[in-house]
Design a protein around this ligand. Structure first.
Ligand SMILES: Nc1ncnc2c1ncn2[C@@H]1O[C@H](COP(=O)(O)OP(=O)(O)OP(=O)(O)O)[C@@H](O)[C@H]1O
Ligand SMILES: [Mg+2]
Length: 326
């Protein structure tokens, strides 16, 4: 099998805060293969956005610092790449879209001005060549009347249209990796469905890999090929999407799946008891142990390593054994 497109190894990130140093990522590992859509799920505050921003090296420093690990992209460690190379890579090889497109679009310029600038920052193109590329990309994200969208200011568009513009801008230089940080959370379900369909189609057509951050397991089921489950700054389970729903191995993953509306027996919505631990003083052993109904002495004291469940499915849990019982 060829090397993954993105290979994050033992990534640790912390932030200086008034209460002390917050260890937000602790030796997190994750891979994204070429052409796949990888889901990254976990409760609020578990480090999903920090991990995706670390890939682009856009963690504010201070207060943040990358304390260790490697982020191999197309075989090169992004953490040691010179700034100029990193700048070129952003937008050209790796792009990112965020939850709230208004924060990424400049309100005083038209969509056309902003999109053309992206094109011309990365390749030699005349104004009309750049315009043609923009129109083509706006049509690819199924915006009706791309010409009038190009002339519009961001505030003249709906939330769903703005998100499509963001996707078009992110993909216009044909990157090989798209980091999508909850890009559909602010949209209503119908528009969310349309955006997911567009992303799936573009991923397939352009051979694009996507790291799709969400806390919605329903979205994972709809879009992703594989999924990584994060808990308190660590990746605790990785599997292909069928296995994660059919045989979730980590008690936390089981809790997340049981929390999907309509999944739990009896019709009541399940909620995992407790909350994500404070990254300033994370618990020893397995970080999930004080929310886990089956935790043992080992769970309280020894950090579990990733073990293989079956090929393409790994879990970090002391309770897992090869019979699949935990
Ligand atoms: N600039 C910062 N300074 C201090 N702490 C930060 C900073 N950015 C993030 N954190 C902390 O890092 C942790 C992880 O944050 P992150 O935004 O990655 O969570 P998340 O998994 O994306 O959550 P959500 O689902 O709500 O988006 C949180 O505890 C957060 O408070
Ligand atoms: Mg986030």
């Amino acid at each position: 099998m060829s090397a993954p497109l993105l290979d994050i190894r033992d990534l640790s990130v912390s932030f200086r805060t008034y209460q002390g140093r917050a260890h937000v990522l602790d030796r997190a590992c994750l891979t994204v293969n070429r052409g796949e859509v990888m889901g990254l799920v976990g409760e609020t505050g578990c480090g999903k956005s920090v991990l995706s921003r670390a890939v682009l090296r856009i963690i504010p420093s201070p207060p943040g610092s990358i304390d260790g690990g490697e982020i191999l992209f197309e075989g090169r460690d992004l953490l040691t790449l010179p700034r100029t190379d990193m700048r070129r890579l952003r937008g050209e090889r790796i792009s990112m879209i965020f939850q709230e497109p208004m924060n990424s679009l400049n309100p005083v310029f038209t969509v056309g001005n902003q999109m053309r600038e992206v094109v011309r920052a990365h390749r030699k193109a005349s104004r009309s060549e750049a315009t043609d590329a923009c129109l083509e990309m706006l049509a690819a994200v199924r915006l009706p009347e791309p010409g009038s969208v190009l002339r519009a200011y961001p505030h003249e568009l709906s939330g769903g249209m703005r998100q499509r513009v963001m996707i078009a801008m992110a993909l216009i230089c044909n990157p090989s990796l798209l980091l999508a940080d909850e890009p559909t959370t602010a949209l209503d379900v119908t528009v969310q469905g349309q955006i997911l369909a567009i992303l799936a189609e573009l991923a397939e057509r352009q051979g694009l890999s996507i790291l799709f951050v969400t806390h919605d397991m329903g979205v994972v089921a709809q879009l992703c090929n594989r999924v990584a489950v994060m808990y308190a700054g660590q990746v605790v389970e990785v599997a292909d999407v069928q296995s994660i729903f059919a045989r979730p191995a980590h008690p936390y993953t089981r809790g997340l799946i049981a929390s999907i509306p309509g999944r739990s027996s009896g019709g009541e919505l399940y909620a995992i008891p407790g909350s994500v631990p404070n990254p300033i003083d994370p618990p020893p052993g397995c970080r999930f142990h004080d929310r886990c109904l089956k935790a043992t002495g080992d769970c309280r004291n020894v950090a579990p390593e990733m073990i293989r469940v079956v090929p393409d499915h790994s879990v970090a849990c002391h309770l897992f054994n090869q019979d699949g019982l935990s």
